[in-house]
Design a protein around this ligand. Sequence first.
Ligand SMILES: [Zn+2]
Ligand SMILES: [Zn+2]
Length: 194
Amino acid sequence: MKNDLVLNVDALEEANQPFEADLPREFLDGVLRADPPTEFHAAGAAHLSGRSTKMVRKVLVQATGRIPLQGNCKRCLKPVTLEEQVELIRTWVPNDQVRKGTGHHLKGEEIEATFDPQTVDEETYGGKQIDLSQAVREQILLSVPASPLCREDCKGLCPRCGKDLNDGDCGCDRKAIDPRWSALQGIQLDKKEK
Ligand SMILES: [Zn+2]
Ligand SMILES: [Zn+2]
């Protein structure tokens, strides 16, 4: 099976070249429904496009795409669909070149070299293939909002009668259990009991 997220380093040319990757819906759901799952499912497939550049054996990939997401509004439970932009900018360095300093080829003694903390978005790879899936997975999870909301100021459902309060008020007395105030309930309790 062809996997667009695995690059063959030998086949990459030195200059900027187009990078294209299909992200099937199953892949996206695998990311979104992992443990711990997000509150979203994939609403379809996505596509990343950008460029890859090889400098000797170091590979830079820059790509963007839009991830179609669906979920249910956490306040009113209506289905919500949205697209989030995802951006990947990362460098892959061969295992055997991970050394402090200039990358001069040293023999043997510096195998245990540590990463420079300033190059946190550098990944390593072994052999002739670079698997981008973990990096793509991380970028997707960074772009996904915490919870689905149909709109920022969604009023939610009445906890008494279940009416969608975005369609108008139902007349119930919800003061005590309005979810927007639940965090304040402890504080206001004294006042209310009087
Ligand atoms: Zn809502
Ligand atoms: Zn009501």
